[in-house]
Ligand binder design. Structure first.
Ligand SMILES: [Zn+2]
Length: 340
């Protein structure tokens, strides 16, 4: 990462006690607004000494459970219930979140593939650079809330490994993952997104990073929302940064089934363009070699559809949503039980 200072600014003073709700100002001088800036919502709630927790959602703008969860928390958290500092960025890639898109409509970038960003880059690069160069050095623990977005649907899952971390950090991540109390916990195979993801950036900054994949389909699922809200609240209480009451929408914790995908064989991809006919559902247990999907070509209806088979056995954790599918699109991914 360059040593250049961020060009983003905010009126929020991260060292000041109290609840400050304002904007991060992202310079964006365009035809309709010379010298303008984009308003990225930012909240800092600080009360005395204690750990700092960074809560983010909207890194992908079409993932909504996290944005709703953090918006509720911003309204509910009272300063007197905080011991330390909670920094909340509910629309981390603001242009993408405003448009309801995975990637930014301004520069077409996926924020979760551009860390550490660039001080003088396009808006997504500048936002990633601010997160890593300004917010992460302040942070001890981070929760980055994702879901399947427009193209995927996930079982309610807490993400416990998406980057290389030390054994001690992994121990803390697993502890927080159990406290989160989601039905499923997932350990991604090494190398996903390289070092360019938000969680990878958090890990290299010495932060204890956990994440979620909660539902998706470009919508808000009540069950996933309740799991997400309960999990974030329990983690904040467990860390000791917040002692707030149990919320009306909080779902009690459940024992987490720990899953992993050791290799990319647990991911199934379309081998042709076509209309996706899934042959299994989320939560199904499947066997290696089992038929996963057919891809139909109604323009040549006399031709047999292409078949996709699973290259591994496991639980269907994630499933593609749209019917229209192109070669290379992810259709499913599986999880295998993981002993910790
Ligand atoms: Zn995401």
């Amino acid at each position: 990462m360059s040593d250049k200072p961020s060009r983003l600014s905010t009126r929020i003073d991260f060292e000041k006690d109290g609840k400050q709700c304002d904007y991060l100002q992202l310079p964006h001088s365009v035809h309709r607004s010379a010298y303008g800036w984009l308003p990225v919502p930012l909240v800092c709630i600080k009360n005395g000494e204690g750990p700092t927790v960074l809560l983010s959602s909207g890194v992908h703008g079409d993932e909504y459970e996290g944005q709703v969860t953090l918006s509720k928390l911003i309204r509910e958290i009272e300063v007197d219930d905080v011991a330390g500092r909670i920094i909340i960025v509910p629309m981390a890639n603001y242009p993408a979140a405003k448009a309801g898109l995975r990637t930014s409509p301004i520069d077409e970038l996926n924020m979760n593939r551009v860390f550490p960003g660039e001080a003088d880059g396009t808006p997504t690069l500048m936002l990633a650079h601010y997160m890593e160069s300004v917010l992460m050095p302040l942070t001890d623990y981070a929760l980055d809330l994702h879901s399947g977005g427009s193209s995927l649907m996930y079982l309610p899952t807490v993400i416990l490994r998406a980057a290389e971390v030390t054994d001690e950090v992994e121990r803390q991540v697993v502890e927080l993952g159990r406290v989160f109390g989601a039905p499923y916990g997932f350990f991604f195979p090494p190398g996903q997104g390289g070092g360019a993801t938000n969680m990878a950036a958090q890990a290299r900054n010495g932060i204890v990073p956990i994440g979620t994949e909660m539902g998706g389909m470009g919508a808000v699922t009540p069950e996933c929302l309740r799991v997400c809200e309960g999990g974030v609240r329990r983690v904040l209480r467990h860390i000791g940064v917040w002692k707030g009451p149990v919320g009306p929408d909080e779902q009690p914790p459940v024992e987490t089934r720990m899953l992993t995908a050791e290799t990319w064989e647990s991911f199934s991809y379309a081998n042709e363009d076509g209309i996706f006919e899934p042959l299994v559902e989320l939560g199904d247990e499947v066997e290696k070699g089992q038929l996963a999907a057919r891809l139909h070509s109604p323009a040549t209806p006399w031709r047999e559809p292409a078949e996709v088979r699973f290259d591994a056995s496991g639980l269907v954790v994630c499933k593609r949503v749209p019917g229209m599918t192109e070669r290379g699109d992810c259709l499913f991914h599986l999880g295998a039980d993981f002993e910790i």
